[in-house]
Design a protein around this ligand. Sequence first.
Ligand SMILES: [Ca+2]
Length: 493
Amino acid sequence: MKVIIGILSGVLLICYTALLPTSAQAEGKYNVLFIISDDLTYTALSCYGNEVCKTPNIDRIAAHGVRFTRAFCQGTYCGPSRAAFMSGYYPHATGVLGYTSPRPNIGPDKVTWPQLFKNNDYYTARVGKVYHMGVPGGIEQGTDGSDDPLSWSEKYNCQGPEWKAPGEGETLEGNPDGKRPVVGGNTFVVVEADGDEMVHADGIAAAKAVELIKSHKDKRFWLGVGFVRPHVPFVAPKKYFEPFKPYDKMVLPEKIPDDWDDIPKAGINYKTSENMKMDIRRQKKAMGGYYGAVAFLDAMVGRVLDTLESEGLADSTIVIFTSDHGYHLGEHDFWAKVSLRDESSGVPLIIKVPGMKPAVCDSLVELQDLYPTISRLCGLTPPPGIQGRDIRALLTNPRQEVRDAVFSVAPMRQGFLLRTHEFSYIQYAEDASRGIELFDVKKDPKQFTNLAQNPEYANVVKRFQKQLALKLETIRNNDLPPRQKKAAKKSVP
Ligand SMILES: [Ca+2]
């Protein structure tokens, strides 16, 4: 009898203990591991449905977290996007439409996302690229880029050879006769590199993140790990490219004749198969090279996750995986970023909170929602003026909605995007003088038919035009220092 009672109370104790929240949950204080990739489209990830490019480690986060299918960046290239989600203000509020730190524009008194944690006794660290850094130039030099020192307890730059890495390289862009050597800059180059992961900035970043997790596990931390792949150059240890070779087996997105005929000139992306002079062979290699860089990135994400688990921190750490914006891999013969189509303005976003059920969430969310949401999850109060929304409700009930439309910009083209569940509305110039695109994303998810000139949609266009003007007015009506508000009205040419 005594034995039975003993066993029963043991079982009850185990059940009771299992129901207790972990100490991190009880205190509302988690560690935060923010992993950000550079120029990564969600379309390249296996957890988002890619069957060619396998990303088992990023998929691991998705398997235990909430994966957002309609997350959008606030600017479709590094500078504006990163300044927005780090500061909590849209690009047209801070005036960061190019490649600067948000700090001079938000002023010394405003608090960035990691800074809020730092002010609340967290150890905050940046490893690699979190605010803007030039890739590959800034990575070759190992410099700070457009950083914000007030955000960090410590920061680490990760230097790498980038396109200069020894190995087998080919310049795909602007090289129709094959005589152009491997070059740097923002150029499509594939380098199947000799040596291992530690040759490269992302291998070094993963190792540094592993070291910091181990040495700070006894204190609350906010750790930002910024990988630079798959940003060009597509460079990685040789083995990561093997699954995609021969590159000729890559399948390019559907091409339709006269695809550009119904869009304004401003809607044709800055990099196209045509102006990059990439024939089909080069286009396929660009896709395979990109996938190789993604596979390398994924493996480095895995090293950081493994450490979190082996150090016993998985139950006390919120893990976020995302990218600063998306990327075209040949859709409409567009390549790279800047475009406001879904492939470029949409981002992968996965949030894993210990103890919360995994889910897929189709609600419209913005990258800058991370600041208020993660702060609240950790029991911190975000500053009242920031422009993102607290989306905690979506983590427990992924069918809710927090907004009607997400907003993004491509200042380089004076482009603005309002994306609802039904439409993608893209306008060039505030007075729309550079053209409009309207896609019915329910009927036309690949965005082939521009409805902006279709009389049946005249009212829809008019409604969006009004909504956009109002949105910009709201964004500019902020609590930032007044001088910068004036600067924010200018667009980068
Ligand atoms: Ca980027």
